[in-house]
Write a protein that binds this ligand. Sequence first.
Ligand code: IPE
Ligand code: IPE
Ligand code: MG
Length: 251
Amino acid sequence: MNESADSSDRVLPRHIAVVMDGNGRWANKRHLPRAAGHKAGVGSTRKIVENCVTRNIEALTIFAFSSENWNRPASEVSSLMSLFVSTITSEVRKLHKKDVCVKFIGDRSRFSAKLQNSINESEDLTKDNTGLHFNIAANYGGRWDVVNACKSLFDDLTKNHGVIQDIDEKIFNSYMSLSEVPAPDLFIRTGGEQRISNFLMWQLAYSELYFIDTLWPDFSDDDFDRALDWFVSRQRRFGKTGQQVLDEQSA
Ligand code: IPE
Ligand code: IPE
Ligand code: MG
């Protein structure tokens, strides 16, 4: 079986991608600094990772910091960077014990040496783990990903004297971030906005998109279960008719 299945044999997503939005508004509502919202959001991230591990989900990709988030006030950016270092340091051993394989996607060259070290160490420690693929998008942008793939592909073509006619979607995909896991089946965005915000544009081409108003720090186990229930109720047609899909299922 390709998909993950839970005890009731429902076909669960193999890969879930999450835009964890609403930390700032969560803090504003409580008259707290925005940084307090980001800190509170870490608890929700811990929970969703645990839920994915328990349900044998193959991959979870979270949007932690977009290439556009540098446009925020310097104080917020710097509090987010400190939070990344402290969270990676405090969580990575626990993730390792759960057999989670941690990977960062995005352009890490703009991060401090300290943060780059934490990132590299966490990837190195967990690289042979065979459980959940936990991907953290940091200084990531979907457009950056496409341009980056084009550059590497062009470089390889030139070196190997390849021709443009050899390129197809499968080859192109192998140059994109997350090529080692299936494309996300389910995309979840909290915080009420219904947009992609330059997350995984190529990889989300056929994902089921789920938007909820709940702010990320309030995202609960029940919210996650409801997202899975909603996913299970979708008919994924991939261009076919609904009847064709039903016929295939009963065959
Ligand atoms: C998402 O929450 C976290 C990051 C972008 C790092 P926001 O900080 O965007 O929260 P809102 O949208 O302002 O409430
Ligand atoms: C997207 O959230 C980025 C992350 C969750 C890390 P934003 O809050 O930055 O998105 P926009 O700018 O409102 O679309
Ligand atoms: Mg936001």
